[in-house]
Write a protein that binds this ligand. Structure first.
Ligand code: HAH
Length: 337
């Protein structure tokens, strides 16, 4: 017997994790074609990267554009994959009309904005009722800056703090069986973590229908530390809600690193990335009772939102599958244990 990993001996990731949690990928209109095979081989859940965001679905008050989102929903159905919804209420990728006044006034009032929010949520959640099993209802409502709790946004300014509770109530009304998540990034930094916990606890105290916390997981090969990740999972789990990793990627660059000279990742980067993936997936497996899904924000290194962001002219290689859709060292670390 040979130890060599033959082409046909590549295990499917979702199958490997069948007793643990779902393995998801963010997809877009293009990658459901260009990555179709690798998606089918390794993933049993998908999330639309952009196609279900407010500005793409609802560019004008009386115009909904569902074609691209529908394509992704059909892709999930054809491949027997679960579908997560992303995202209903967010300060980005949201059209200006939503916050504009009705009669030429500069800004909508609370009542108008709540009515528009409710109409949007009812239409979108209603359309995919029974197919989208979980929604990121509110995305990134917490402020990163120290000492400030909620992010300053048009939603907060016009409606007030209860826009968050209202969003969950509207989503629950539209599909009472959908699981409703609060989703955020930098979720393992202790101060932001505690602000997220304060928000979720206050929602629970008010009886708001919230069922889970989405940890985006935009991490890199240095940060956050494994200890901070573990503490975050433990503290969030104490709230009694389900947890999901919703947007996992592992940048090969440290946050401060601005270099743009690389055409491929260095051997050292790949090794460090493999160790990091190994340790975080070991942790995820230990928390399988609360962690129900791990979604990568992409599938393979040929496409990632981190190409050219936040550093222009720089490619990134944040996944466990390479640009040819083949396993990287990190893949083998998480696929066999
Ligand atoms: C996420 N934000 C969003 O949830 C997702 O919808 C988008 O496609 C990519 C990342 C994370 C983020 C950001 O957009 C900007 C700065 C920091 C973090």
């Amino acid at each position: 017997m040979s130890d060599r990993k033959e082409e046909n001996a590549i295990p499917g990731l979702a199958a490997q994790y069948g007793d643990y949690f779902d393995i998801g990928a963010a997809v877009n209109r293009r990658t459901i074609k260009t990555q179709q095979q690798v998606l089918a081989a390794h993933f049993n859940s998908v999330t639309a990267e952009n196609e279900m965001k407010f500005e793409l679905l609802h560019p004008q008050e009386h115009l909904y554009t569902f074609e691209a989102a529908d394509e992704i929903a059909s892709f999930a159905k054809e491949h027997g994959m679960k579908l997560r919804g992303h995202t209903l209420v967010w300060h980005n990728q949201t059209p200006d009309w939503l916050f504009a006044g009705a009669n030429g006034e500069p800004s909508a009032n609370r009542e108008t904005l709540l009515a528009r929010m409710k109409a949007h949520i009812a239409a979108v959640v209603g359309r995919y009722k029974g197919q989208i099993y979980a929604w990121d209802v509110v995305n990134e409502a917490i402020e990163d800056k120290s000492g400030v709790w909620l992010r300053d946004s048009s939603y907060l300014r016009i409606i007030g703090e209860d826009y968050i509770a209202k969003a969950f109530e509207f989503a629950h009304e539209a599909d009472p069986s959908a699981l409703l998540f609060y989703n955020d990034y930098n979720e393992c930094f202790p101060e932001k973590r505690d602000k997220i916990i304060r928000l979720v606890r206050s929602l629970l105290d008010q009886g708001v229908p919230i069922h889970g916390i989405g940890l985006q997981g935009h991490w890199n090969v240095h940060d956050p530390s494994l200890d901070d990740i573990r503490s975050a999972i433990e503290r969030y789990a104490e709230l009694g809600l389900k947890l999901q990793m919703t947007e996992l990627d592992m940048s090969v660059f440290a946050f401060e690193d601005q270099r743009t000279d690389l055409r491929e990742p260095t051997a050292e980067m790949l090794e460090r990335q493999a160790e990091r993936y190994e340790e975080v997936f070991r942790l995820f497996r230990q928390y399988k009772e609360v962690l129900t899904s791990v979604t990568f924000w992409g599938a393979a290194d040929d496409y990632t939102w981190l190409d050219n962001f936040p550093v222009r002219g720089r490619k990134n290689w944040p996944f466990v599958l390479d640009e040819q859709h083949q396993p990287k060292p990190a893949f083998w670390k998480i696929a066999s244990w």
